[in-house]
Design a protein around this ligand. Structure first.
Ligand code: AMP
Ligand code: MG
Length: 411
């Protein structure tokens, strides 16, 4: 079995980890053709090349009169020789020296090059007085001005938002080739973990991570199979992994991958694949286990629920997007003012849970009061993470910092 996640570095930077993932993973899903209405949120598996000019014909940008600028006399008066509405072109070219009544989106008759807005004209019935200050081409839109036939309008690997569906439709496409949804299996491990809705025996806690992890995967467009909570038993975990690998393209779990005696995920993965521990130079953070089970990529996130979210966003998200066929997974970085002081020892990249607020027209990040990585509600309190780079020193209030939004991380 090849060990595609093998590492030699002791600690790696986030940038390093992302470069490695990029190099070692390829899309794991096949493509299918979907009608536009069914394709929302999917990743495009082809470049969409426009078969048409958009707009398909020269047309009017306003309601008014269309004419040839060179025909306009000094008094601005032209005879009205016809009428064109959207979807109803003029039968033949514009007669020389005439104007036609025209409406927004209606095709410009051949020979017309300029449109006067009706608000600027005097309608005299048989004739119209047009403003003479207009320049040739005013209020006229050219065929192909938006999209020219043969150009790539949408790129493979991009996510189909409502506006991408609209652009595909404008070029005449009724369906597009998209990647199938990634099938991901999720489970939690630990004899102390219990399902919400059941009684909580002494010493036990409710499962948090399975819901967060499944939610994150679903937000990215994956199809999630919930394998529930597995007890700390080697045979059970091994069998569950084998079954998941057979019908999924990703297995994601949390907890059970440290070196404690009760951590059985590691040997269960190793019995049928490979496993490597990536130690990221980040705070909060624990090692992330990356490997494969019978060829299916496996990610083992830490057990701590805050670390689950942070490591998901930094490592699992780009991994999932790559497996899904997405071309990009980089996040927008918003420069905001720090609304707090923070001591940062250079070396580790640090992610602070933060919330944004407007203050006198500036966008300011407030930090969650506690840095403890065990506080679950810090994640619901915050809107995203302030990213403190490895080399940065202490931060004083008012200094600029980069903010990463949860909203961006979930797409
Ligand atoms: P472990 O890596 O299994 O030793 O787990 C580390 C810590 O995270 C322990 O305190 C676990 O109880 C906790 N933990 C592990 N899995 C979960 C889970 N699914 N939900 C909530 N807490 C968890
Ligand atoms: Mg455990």
């Amino acid at each position: 079995m090849t060990d595609r996640f093998a590492v030699t570095a002791d600690m790696m930077t986030v940038a390093d980890a992302l470069a490695r993932l990029e190099a070692r993973l390829a899309p794991a899903v096949a493509a299918e053709e979907l009608r536009l209405h069914d394709a929302l949120g999917r990743i495009l598996a082809e470049d969409v090349v426009s078969a048409a000019n958009v707009p398909p014909h020269d047309n009017s940008a306003v309601d008014g009169w269309a004419f040839r600028r060179a025909d306009l006399p000094a008094d601005g008066c032209l005879p009205v020789v016809g009428r064109v509405a959207a979807g109803h072109p003029l039968d033949g070219p514009l007669p020389k020296g005439g104007a036609v009544r025209i409406f927004t989106g209606a095709p410009l008759p051949e020979g017309a090059d300029t449109v006067a807005m009706q608000e600027d004209c005097r309608d005299q019935g048989q004739s119209v007085v047009l403003p003479i200050r207009l320049a040739e081409g005013d209020n006229a839109r050219s065929a192909g001005e938006d999209i020219s036939r043969g150009s790539v309008v949408l790129h493979a690997g991009s996510r189909l938002r409502p506006q991408e569906l609209g652009v595909a439709a404008a070029t005449g496409r009724a369906s597009v080739k998209v990647y199938r949804r990634l099938k991901a299996a999720v489970f939690s491990t630990g004899d102390e973990i219990r399902d919400p809705g059941t009684e909580l025996p002494p010493g036990c806690i409710y499962d948090t991570n399975r819901f967060t992890a499944a939610g994150l995967l679903r937000a990215l467009g994956a199809e999630v199979t919930d394998l529930g909570i597995l007890p700390d038993r080697f045979e059970t975990i091994k069998a569950a992994l084998a079954e998941a690998a057979a019908s999924h393209q990703l297995i994601l779990t949390s907890g059970g991958v440290s070196v404690g005696d009760e951590d059985h995920v590691k040997p269960a993965v190793l019995a049928q694949g490979s496993l490597d521990f990536w130690r990221l130079a980040i705070k909060p953070g624990r090692p992330v286990a990356l490997g494969e089970v019978a060829g299916t990529p496996f990610v083992g996130l830490p057990g701590n629920p805050v670390a689950v979210m942070v490591t998901f966003m930094l490592i699992a998200r780009p991994m999932v997007l790559r497996l899904m066929g997405a071309a990009r997974s980089d996040l927008p970085r918003y420069p905001v003012e720090a609304g707090f002081a923070f001591r940062h020892k250079p070396g580790r990249r640090e992610y602070l849970r933060a919330r944004l607020a407007h203050m006198d027209g500036r966008l300011v990040a407030a930090k969650f009061p506690s840095d403890g990585s065990g506080v679950l509600t810090s994640m619901t309190w915050s809107d995203g993470l302030v990213d403190i780079p490895e080399e940065r020193g202490d931060i004083a209030p008012g200094e600029m910092v980069d903010f990463l939004s949860y909203a961006d991380m979930m797409r």
